[in-house]
Design a protein around this ligand. Structure first.
Ligand code: SF4
Length: 66
């Protein structure tokens, strides 16, 4: 799985960093998403998929084939 984030769309809600802090953080400056791991290990995939669902601005996308 490859994770991608669109920082232009991100509204800094922080739901991703709260849900899966091993993969997502927030910028200290403006709160927008910081991707910590573009290829998270399999045990985190369910949690990353939850982040996609809870993100209010649809800023997180997944490539399940990568
Ligand atoms: S949940 Fe979405 S909008 Fe909120 S910080 Fe993460 S990527 Fe940005």
């Amino acid at each position: 799985m490859r994770v991608d984030v669109d920082t232009d769309k991100c509204c800094g809600a922080g739901m991703c960093a709260l849900t899966e802090p091993l993969v997502f953080d927030q910028s200290r400056e403006d709160g927008t998403v910081v991707l910590l791991s573009a290829h998270p290990p399999e045990e985190l995939w369910d949690s990353v998929e939850e982040c996609v669902r809870v993100c209010p601005s649809q800023s997180i996308s997944l490539d399940e084939t990568a």
